[in-house]
Design a protein around this ligand. Structure first.
Ligand code: MN
Length: 175
């Protein structure tokens, strides 16, 4: 886990985005979703993991319908502070546009609510290309799956974000 890619892409004299991670205070492992009106509107889905934020850009945003498979592009790790960032990244900078916090909360897994166990599961899941997480947010709750699309292609960054059927899922009416 490193923030090298994150730092290389940005000029911190110009962007108000955070440079590093402050000391962690929260007890839980947080997640956040930021609505990012960049050149293409997308939702950045971030999971706290071992002092950084694992990050995916979800063009269509999350869905509560288990039939929807939302493309989620795995992007560079972000500093922990980024979960609180809202503001405008100035024109000409990487990701220029407005960032708003769309949802925020903490996450667990179907197997554990203990930080160390969760991080171990996430570590294994990232290698396998399959994560099962339970979100405890203001908007989103319940189990979601993040599934790497092409398991045998490590350089491909496409994943799918899928709601698992549970009390929090909502199937859309089909006509
Ligand atoms: Mn973004």
């Amino acid at each position: 886990m490193t923030l090298k890619k994150y730092k290389v892409k940005r000029d911190f004299k110009q962007t108000p985005e955070p440079l590093s991670s402050l000391k962690k205070e929260a007890k839980n492992l947080n997640f956040c979703i930021q609505k990012h009106a960049a050149r293409n509107l997308h939702y950045d889905f971030r999971l706290e993991f071992r002092g950084i934020l694992l990050s995916w850009a979800v063009p269509k945003g999350p869905s509560l319908d288990p039939n929807d498979k939302r493309l989620a592009i795995h992007v560079e790790d972000h500093p922990l502070d980024y979960q609180y960032f809202e503001g405008v990244i100035p024109k000409g900078n990487y990701g220029a546009g407005t960032v708003e916090i769309w949802d925020h909360g903490y996450y667990t897994t179907p197997n554990s609510d203990k930080e160390q166990e969760i991080e171990k599961e996430i570590s294994i899941g990232m290698k396998k290309g399959h994560l099962a997480i339970i979100l405890h947010g203001e908007k989103l709750n319940g189990e979601f799956i993040l599934q790497k699309l092409k398991k045998n292609e490590p350089d491909d960054h496409s994943w799918l974000l899928i709601k698992k059927g549970d009390d929090n899922s909502q199937k859309k009416m089909s006509i």
